[in-house]
Design a protein around this ligand. Structure first.
Ligand SMILES: Nc1ncnc2c1ncn2[C@@H]1O[C@H](COP(=O)(O)OP(=O)(O)OP(=O)(O)O)[C@@H](O)[C@H]1O
Ligand SMILES: [Mg+2]
Length: 401
């Protein structure tokens, strides 16, 4: 198996790489950080060049970037830069061909993910660590789309909390895309003032170049990356479905999870995204128009072949005085409801403050259900004792008519 080389003086960084990649690697701690491949070869003393280089230059970032350029262009060797200055270094690192930037105190999972992605991009010489499918099949992230036929039913509440919850599990693993391009309020729900919005990322080089794109993303304080919707209707109108598909594709190559918040209904953009979606989360409110709309949307998606096996139904605004029950809803839509969010004042309060419930560590019943949704998606696990508690568990009961 092709080894990973770590250039670092820090036992913490070397240990991080070892835990992430396993024993097949080697580390050097040169006095001067090599800024060219010949300088590196001199230090390697006959050992072969690696497939992936982890560069921890401490103060000598310039040398590391020069080395990364040569490794990438001349030897097709991918570099992962160790730095806690990801935002400041993003553009320069991208130009140097660096595949990823990982903080020295990052969780093992994050380093593992960066190394696996770097290995995937290193050309045919690279072999993957055990458990990773050759060809990088496990490298592509999951696209989780939150949709509903009606507006105001809780899509943004669900998508922001889901994305924050996934990012809390593994910082910088998740990007949230506001595909409600015209009227999206993800930025406000997260209390961020972004420099760039979706149209900036959908056009031009950023849509295809992963590292360029990363410099456009907004990094939220929870470790979640954000692609905010547009604040200009004209710019939003100019974004095509094809561009949205390209953007999601690039993001899925970079992040473990791409959570997509959508506009109500089945717009052209939403249909394009559904075609790329791995897990669909349908949201409805506990009222007759909302439930009927959901039934219609499920039927439509089934008719056009876009109803995914992996999907969940979230019933929002649960309240005993609403006049219909969960079993009424299940009878109407012909499948089980997977998650029930009670009506709760804590939701509008969190939206008004711009702090999602899961970021605030809320113990509200809504937060508990949202946490369960995060766990089910992240663990892909069986929960509870009444059979499979996974995202397709309702479809067996689904009506066929
Ligand atoms: N469980 C709940 N209890 C009380 N209020 C809620 C609940 N869920 C959502 N809300 C409130 O309902 C409003 C609409 O929620 P949200 O913005 O998440 O819906 P949406 O489906 O994204 O709407 P749109 O279609 O307009 O984008 C918000 O003010 C939110 O605070
Ligand atoms: Mg919304």
């Amino acid at each position: 198996m092709s080894p990973v080389l770590v250039i670092s003086h820090s036992p913490q960084v070397v240990g991080l790489v070892q835990q992430a990649w396993g024993p097949d690697g080697f580390a050097i701690a040169p006095e001067r950080f090599p800024d060219t491949v010949p300088a590196l070869l001199a230090l390697l003393q006959g050992a072969p060049l690696p497939s992936v280089a982890v560069l921890d230059p401490r103060g000598d970032t310039q040398a590391a970037l020069s080395l990364a350029v040569e490794l990438d262009r001349n030897f097709n060797i991918a570099s992962v830069l160790v730095s806690d200055q990801a935002a400041a270094l993003g553009l320069a690192a991208m130009r140097a061909g660096v595949r990823d930037i990982v903080a020295p105190d990052a969780p093992v999972e994050e380093m593992k993910y960066a190394l696996e992605r770097a290995a995937t991009h290193s050309g045919p010489r690279v072999q993957q660590p055990p458990g990773v499918t050759p060809g990088g099949a496990t490298q592509r992230g999951k696209v989780v789309t939150v949709a509903s036929p009606k507006g105001g039913v809780g899509k943004t509440t669900v998508s922001t909390n889901l994305a924050v919850g996934l990012a809390q599990k593994l910082p910088q693993s998740t990007v949230l895309v506001d595909l409600d391009i015209h009227f999206g309020d993800v930025a406000s729900a997260l209390n961020v003032t972004p420099e760039y919005t979706l149209p900036d990322m959908a056009h031009g080089p950023a849509s295809h170049d992963p590292l360029a794109l990363k410099t456009y993303l907004h990094l939220h304080q929870t470790g979640l990356y954000v692609v905010p919707g547009s604040d200009s209707p004209a710019a939003a109108d100019a974004v095509t479905s094809k561009e949205v598909v390209n953007l999601l594709d690039t993001l899925a190559g970079q992040f473990k999870y791409v959570v997509v918040d959508t506009a109500p209904g089945l717009s052209e953009h939403t249909l394009a995204v559904l075609d790329q979606t791995d897990i669909l989360v349908m949201v409805t409110s506990l009222d007759v128009p909302g439930v009927r709309g959901l039934r219609k949307e499920l039927d439509t998606l089934r008719d056009i072949g876009l109803l995914l096996e992996s999907r969940a139904v979230v019933l929002n605004f649960m309240h005993p005085t609403r006049g219909i029950s969960v079993s009424d809803v299940e009878a109407s839509i012909g499948r089980k409801v997977d998650f029930q969010l009670p009506q709760s004042n804590s939701v509008p309060i969190s939206v008004n403050q711009g702090i999602p419930l899961l970021q605030a560590g809320s113990r509200d019943p809504v937060a508990k259900q949202l946490r369960l949704l995060v766990d089910v998606i992240d663990n892909n696990e069986k929960v509870g004792s009444k059979g499979r508690r996974f995202l397709d568990f309702g479809h067996k009961k689904e009506a066929t008519s």
